[in-house]
Design a protein around this ligand. Structure first.
Ligand SMILES: [Zn+2]
Ligand SMILES: [Zn+2]
Length: 387
């Protein structure tokens, strides 16, 4: 290996990735007219390669679901549910609350665990995930917000991944100071080895566990993995779409993000979104911890705290929350059951019953469907496997 190529290899590790802004984008964002008026008329430019990839992913996932319903082992459904939510926790507790918002500090072992869990979810590497989420908060509901909900439900949910980024998203993203992120060797390691890590943790590991764990067929294991991936993507995307468009604005009526219970239950506690945009540094992303409300992300971080691997968990002082509600919120719209004064002893139990039911829809829904439609088929496949 020459000195030059060694230097090049090294530079990939030591220098953060750069966003290349072309002249056309530069000219657009420097144009006063574009900023003040023309951006309202900005026409999305479809990236057909992304449309094709996204469509193919959904076809493979749907095929995997139907195949697993007919011939999959019951253990595979539990595993796909489990691994999908492990990835979800990696995004929620790692990319989101730790690396984007710096809402707590964690030992390197916990950060490595979160990085692996985040890789299982395959939602781009931490560096790019965090950059996009920081500008989402800083420029919410503007053209510089990557999934600007003012462009409609579909755009905020998945459409933003199928069109060319708005020039302001690129420019503002490139202007972000992400040095704190790049100073973390765990983030640099994931960025440097992202493709092999994805192949290992997103692809091989979930499939091999099914094949060698309970003798699942390769076919079902591979396509079933696509199914869990598509489901977990949608569960995360609902935070950008539903939790920005429906629900109530208890803490700040000027903020578009909402408290959305459907998303809270579906995304393991990420739907307290009006609160989260009002107080993004709260490690719980909610006024309530995991004991009172369904919030598996907070429970996971607190488990790390109990093991001594997590510290400096930031919370917002009760007085600050109350004064914010007085100034900008609307007490009249919150369901009385959510008010701390009206909480009943049964509420936390009900929260977890609702939460587990909604977040595990893929598990019980699949088992129910195959019991109704494919009883004969999967019974015979079990018999064949036992022979
Ligand atoms: Zn948001
Ligand atoms: Zn956030």
């Amino acid at each position: 290996m020459t000195v030059e190529s060694r230097r090049l290899r090294k530079s990939k590790i030591v220098s953060p990735p750069k966003t290349i802004i072309n002249d056309e984008d530069q000219a657009l964002v420097k144009d006063e007219n574009f900023i003040t008026t023309k951006h309202e008329e900005y026409k999305s430019q479809i990236v057909w390669r992304n449309v094709f990839t996204m469509s193919l992913l959904h076809i493979l996932g749907t095929y995997g679901w139907i195949a697993a319903l007919q011939y999959g082992k019951w253990q595979s459904f539990f595993w796909l549910y489990f691994i999908g939510h492990i990835g979800g926790l990696g995004v929620q507790c790692g990319a989101h609350r730790l690396w984007t918002h710096r809402a707590y500090k964690a030992h390197w072992t916990f950060r490595v665990l979160l990085m692996i869990m985040h890789t299982i979810a395959l939602q781009d590497d931490l560096y790019h995930w965090v950059r996009d989420h920081r500008i989402h908060h800083k420029y919410s509901e503007t053209d510089a917000d990557p999934h600007n909900s003012r462009r409609g439900f579909f755009f905020a949910h998945v459409g933003w991944l199928m069109v060319r980024k708005h020039p302001l998203v690129k420019v503002k993203g490139a202007q972000q100071d992400l040095s704190d992120l790049w100073n973390d060797p765990v983030v640099r390691f994931q960025r440097r080895f992202y493709i092999p890590l994805v192949l290992l943790f997103w692809g091989c590991m979930p499939v091999l566990v099914m094949v060698y764990g309970w003798n699942e067929s390769w076919w079902i294991a591979i396509f079933g993995n696509f199914f869990r991936y598509v489901v977990s993507l949608h569960q995360a995307w609902f935070v950008n779409s539903s939790a920005h468009l429906s629900g109530h604005q208890f803490y700040d009526r000027s903020l578009q993000p909402r408290e959305n219970y459907f998303v809270t239950y579906l995304a393991m506690g990420e739907g307290y979104h009006n609160y989260h945009h009002a107080f993004p540094w709260d490690y719980s992303a909610s006024e309530h911890g995991w004991k009172d409300c369904f919030n598996l992300g907070t429970a996971f971080i607190d488990a790390g705290g109990a093991l001594g691997l997590v510290w400096d968990r930031k919370v917002v002082d009760r007085k600050i929350i109350e004064s914010r509600i007085e100034r900008t919120g609307d007490r009249s719209i919150i369901p009385s059951s959510m008010s701390p004064k009206n909480r009943k002893p049964l509420n936390p139990i009900l929260e977890y019953v609702y939460g587990i039911l909604v977040t595990s829809w893929m598990l019980w829904g699949s088992l129910l469907l195959r019991a109704i439609f494919y009883k004969g088929d999967y019974n015979s496949s079990i018999v064949v496997a036992q022979m």
